[in-house]
Ligand binder design. Sequence first.
Ligand SMILES: Cc1cc2nc3c(=O)[nH]c(=O)nc-3n(C[C@H](O)[C@H](O)[C@H](O)COP(=O)(O)OP(=O)(O)OC[C@H]3O[C@@H](n4cnc5c(N)ncnc54)[C@H](O)[C@@H]3O)c2cc1C
Length: 342
Amino acid sequence: MSEAIKTDVLIIGAGPCGLFAVFELGLLDIKAHLIDILDKPGGQCAELYPEKPIYDIPGVPMVTGHGLTEALMEQIKPFNPTFHFGEMVEKVEKIGDPGFRVSTDAGKVFECKVVVIAAGGGSFQPKRPPVPGIEAYEGRSVFYAVRKMEQFRDKNLVIVGGGDSALDWTLNLHPLAKRVTLVHRRDDFRAAPHSVEQMRALVSSGQMDLRIGQITGLEGSDGRLSSATIKGNDNAVETIACDTMLPFFGLTMKLGPVAEWGIALENNLVPVETSAFESSVPGIFAIGDINTYPGKIKLILCGFHEGALMAQKAHRYVYPEKRLVFQYTTSSSSLQKKLGVS
Ligand SMILES: Cc1cc2nc3c(=O)[nH]c(=O)nc-3n(C[C@H](O)[C@H](O)[C@H](O)COP(=O)(O)OP(=O)(O)OC[C@H]3O[C@@H](n4cnc5c(N)ncnc54)[C@H](O)[C@@H]3O)c2cc1C
């Protein structure tokens, strides 16, 4: 076993809520390390919708998933958190009162006074459509997320699905791509009605294609796609030329090892009380999408609030002898010093 890395707080998950928790903890002189399975910060914002606009961050009329991640990273800079990317927390063991040993699948071991679970829906994985041989094209011609729209410029795209992601990316990529064909198994879409109307207008004016049916086969070589076979609902079979396919069949959120950490769970979520968002184990908190309590809504702004209250209680565990005096960043010269602004 490697030598344990010691820290006040260990945050599991570097999504928006884990990131903002660093800020709230930092204001109270509490140091944090963060671990994330992904190779970058931002959680769902960075992985699922980096280029989509978010309109409900208080005081920020519009910011993309990527923009919010960048802004949070800038905001927490003064507290110099340490990130451990590409690692999954496997084990959380109680070693003190409170005190925890946390280990990752990369063999790192941490010892901390407080654990903050900000693991969102756990590790999310796109659902793979039931198309024989699709694995051979994944990462070269078949993509389950759009990281950079430019990657799809001048491509002959087949987008598969009938939900918001399929429709949004059809509309967003249609101006860049050489041609877009949307394939959905029935002529009824779950996506926002406005997006469906826009898509139908593009189809009517001949600017893109719509096929109702299912992809039954892919053709190509060395991971490079050349065509896809579609079986229509009338059983007619058609082969269309394409070089890229984007299936949007939703995501499966795999909770992963959280279930084995000795905390109470309810429908794969961590039940918490709402004065500090602490779990059934004192010293283990859960904030953001991973927690549940009466009235919970999975919004980023709720996770930010939860982080602020969590930090107040975490202070008691990290500094049991110190009294916490509530201060505003606007007027406290001591907070401003920590932020490096005075
Ligand atoms: C398409 C889409 C649009 C959205 N739009 C909005 C919006 O407009 N406004 C809004 O408020 N919300 C929106 N949301 C929801 C918002 O993204 C989530 O509420 C938010 O991301 C939750 O943040 P989080 O930090 O709790 O979790 P996440 O963002 O899910 O991050 C959790 C992180 O934990 C990591 N992790 C999980 N398990 C482990 C482990 N065992 N070890 C290490 N790391 C682990 C994951 O890899 C992940 O990076 C949207 C979501 C989607 C999918």
